[in-house]
Design a protein around this ligand. Structure first.
Ligand SMILES: Cc1cc2nc3c(=O)[nH]c(=O)nc-3n(C[C@H](O)[C@H](O)[C@H](O)COP(=O)(O)OP(=O)(O)OC[C@H]3O[C@@H](n4cnc5c(N)ncnc54)[C@H](O)[C@@H]3O)c2cc1C
Length: 404
């Protein structure tokens, strides 16, 4: 027997982009179903550093790029959501740091001059003049350099995922495209998605199908029969350091290139340890290195930059992960959230965690333009037989041998 599930919108992919959109559409009364093939948030989202960028990092060349402009409004948008006053309610989510900092360890004066001369930075960055205002980690007599405070919060991403899923789990479906789910097309249109579970067949219909599947979007487009838009991957080799040094570090270290020499965020593991997570130039260049070489480089970078931090007992691990984005010439970074309206679907990538609200705005603009108004979602739940995906584990889960 075949049962039809009628919806307004189907969102495919439960990372930050899919979940923010799914939650927002739900608030607006859309009958919306989310499909996830692994765990919620378990893609790039949980592996991100959780920084809600305000664009400062993107103005390191001293010019106001479109990216910097678009992203500038995002921190306030997220802060409202975190206070429970936004279009999604993130009041249950945890903020790891109210600010990301920027520090210049040595003589990088000329770049800094251009950087801070930029109009783009006004109001977004403040030099901390007194050591007493520095975050604890830099209040050491061994510290040389300057510290700047940025208007960028750092989030505990798992709690953000939980907040976005809160109360909506019954509208989220676990799918397996190789086993029980397939796209049925009519020309380039998606006619329906067929899902078979417990001997029952469901035909999922929607007025709009939105892909927000991160790196999985490419395969999904193949299943749908689309060749455009193209996707690019920017590979990173991140480093994780689990240790007992008491002070967290949330900072970009300024180097000689537009990319920070190192970007560090700190994540409590619930067992009195911090997991420092290292990205930036070290992660981009690290693609050429084995995990052992990458750890060696990270050790020596931290020893040179923060010699007073004792990491003798630290545990080290690395993580290969790709950023997935629409293709750009020369692997440049995209400017803003990307959406491509095609037939009865939308292909999307937020390009940054911080830009999830921007992606949601752009999708809703298309729905409004096409007069796809909400049909009401009171009482909309999936049939009992279906499975719901779990929320992801922390990014370091399984990485350290005596952990988990
Ligand atoms: C190391 C790293 C650090 C980063 N740090 C930051 C940062 O600090 N700040 C920032 O703003 N951005 C950051 N980013 C970028 C940011 O993480 C991504 O832009 C963002 O998380 C992408 O979200 P997404 O929802 O599009 O994709 P994802 O988080 O990858 O989610 C896609 C989801 O779709 C699911 N999926 C895949 N294929 C299918 C399918 N066929 N069917 C159903 N579901 C499917 C996946 O399982 C996953 O749950 C970072 C990225 C990386 C890699």
């Amino acid at each position: 027997m075949t049962q039809t599930i009628e919806t307004d919108v189907v969102v495919i992919g439960g990372g930050i982009a899919g979940l923010w959109l799914f939650n927002t559409l739900n608030q607006q009364g859309y009958k919306v179903l989310l499909l996830e093939n692994a765990t919620l948030g378990g893609g790039q989202t949980i592996k991100s550093q959780g920084i809600v960028h305000g664009g400062t990092k993107y103005t390191l060349t001293g010019t106001l790029t479109k990216s910097a402009e678009c992203i500038a409004g995002m921190p306030d948008r997220w802060r409202r959501a975190l206070r429970g006053e936004g279009e999604v309610d993130l009041s249950g989510a945890a903020i790891l740091s109210q600010s990301q900092y920027l520090w210049s360890p040595g003589d990088v004066g000329s770049r800094l001059t251009t950087f801070f001369a930029s109009k783009a930075l006004r109001g977004r960055v403040e030099q901390l003049k007194k050591t007493a205002d520095f975050p604890d980690i830099f209040r050491h007599e061994g510290f040389r350099g300057k510290v700047y405070q940025l208007n960028e919060i750092v989030l505990d991403i798992r709690t953000v995922i939980k907040a976005l899923v809160n109360g909506l789990k019954e509208r989220i479906l676990k799918v397996d495209w190789s086993e029980n789910t397939r796209i049925v097309t009519e020309g380039k249109k998606i006619a329906f998605i067929e899902h078979i579970v417990g001997g029952k067949t469901f035909h999922i219909k929607a007025r709009k199908f939105v892909t927000a599947a991160g790196e999985g979007t490419e395969d999904l487009m193949t299943l749908w029969g689309l060749s455009q838009p193209e996707m690019q991957r920017r590979p990173l080799h991140m480093v994780m350091v689990r240790h007992r040094h008491p002070e967290p570090l949330f900072a970009h270290c300024l180097g000689t290139k537009p990319v920070p020499r190192m970007t560090v965020t700190s994540h409590p593991d619930g067992e009195d340890h911090w997991v420092w997570y290292l990205g930036g130039e070290i992660a981009e260049d690290g693609m050429k290195r084995t995990p052992e070489e990458q750890i060696r480089v990270a050790r020596s970078e931290l020893a040179a930059l923060l010699p007073w931090v004792n990491l003798d007992d630290a545990q080290w691990a690395t993580l290969f992960v790709n950023r997935a984005e629409p293709r750009q010439t020369k692997l440049l970074r995209p400017d803003a959230a990307f959406i491509h309206d095609v037939e009865n679907g939308i292909v999307s990538w937020p390009t940054k965690l911080a830009l999830a609200p921007n992606l949601s705005d752009e999708v809703i603009k298309v729905l409004n333009r096409q007069e796809l108004s909400p049909s009401g979602n009171q009482g909309f739940v999936l049939p009992e037989d279906v499975q719901h995906p779990d929320i992801c584990e922390p990014f370091w889960s399984g990485a350290f041998s005596d952990h988990d």
